[in-house]
Design a protein around this ligand. Structure first.
Ligand SMILES: N[C@@H](CCC(=O)N[C@@H](CS)C(=O)NCC(=O)O)C(=O)O
Length: 248
């Protein structure tokens, strides 16, 4: 039997956003747009989740990790299908857009978050604020080293900051052009799952006070900025039911 109240376990709020991970924002946006009732449990340590990453969903006895599997669960068990009205061709288009955002733009955003010294310091200061200072001092560089190794392995970490802005800028321009062709959201007049995903990634790029060449590319695309603001108003500005999770 599934519990009535869904629990989304995700990274702490930061910089005016209800969580600092784009994948957590994606699920908050998805559940908000689907009209689901849920509470957010703030987590500091991703290793508490089944796959060692934020976010995960607890639904009664079931714990589901990875935002894509969470969305599948919400569709299968809660009838919350934001894409129900899409044609086969629109679903295929949505799939490629979502992959572009989550597998390409995502790494460009992570690049600046973890490679730039000042951004890394400010971001981890907030994300790990609940940790005792001496613990934080030890843990921060370890996390950074691991993520930089991942970014090197993925390939993005081998590029210059300007090259990453070129690659990520193409993703942003594709989203911007798609918005112009649609009627308000990425696939038409109503928000769908791909809007939830895009909103999460655009929000973490646009709103935290970190200057980088990719953010400047986004600021030069007024329709995408207006869309991000609109999605923020729809999905991220309403207060959430919050619960403190367990720290390290
Ligand atoms: N494919 C996963 C990606 C989740 C993910 O990459 N989460 C990052 C935060 S943006 C994370 O937890 N990183 C922590 C770590 O690697 O230690 C999803 O869709 O949920």
């Amino acid at each position: 039997m599934l519990a009535a109240m869904l629990e989304l376990h995700t990274m702490v709020p930061a910089f005016g956003l209800p969580t600092f991970t784009p994948f957590g924002l994606k699920l908050i946006a998805y559940m908000r747009l689907a009209g689901l009732d849920f509470r957010v449990v703030e987590e500091v340590d991703p290793r508490r989740g089944p796959k060692g990453k934020f976010p995960w969903l607890v639904d009664g006895d079931a714990t589901i990790a990875d935002s894509d599997f969470v969305v599948r669960h919400l569709v299968a068990h809660h009838g919350a299908d934001l894409d129900a009205g899409l044609s086969v061709a629109q679903r295929a288009h949505a799939h490629s857009l979502r992959r572009m955002v989550e597998e390409s733009l995502c790494f460009c955003i992570l690049y600046y978050r973890w490679l730039e010294d000042s951004t890394y310091r400010a971001a981890t200061e907030v994300a790990l604020a609940s940790m005792a200072r001496p613990v934080r001092g030890v843990v921060r560089p370890l996390i950074r080293r691991r993520i930089l190794r991942d970014l090197w392995g993925q390939g993005i970490g081998r590029h210059s900051a300007a090259e990453v802005a070129e690659l990520g800028g193409e993703d942003l321009e594709a989203l911007s052009a798609g918005l112009d062709a649609a009627q308000g959201y990425l696939l038409g007049a109503e928000p769908t799952a791909v809007d939830a995903s895009a909103a999460g990634f655009l929000a973490v790029l646009l709103y935290p006070p970190f200057d980088n060449p990719l953010r400047r590319r986004l600021e030069r695309l007024p329709n995408l900025v207006a869309y991000t603001d609109r999605m923020r108003g729809l999905c991220f500005d309403t207060p959430l039911t919050l619960e403190a999770g367990r720290g390290l």
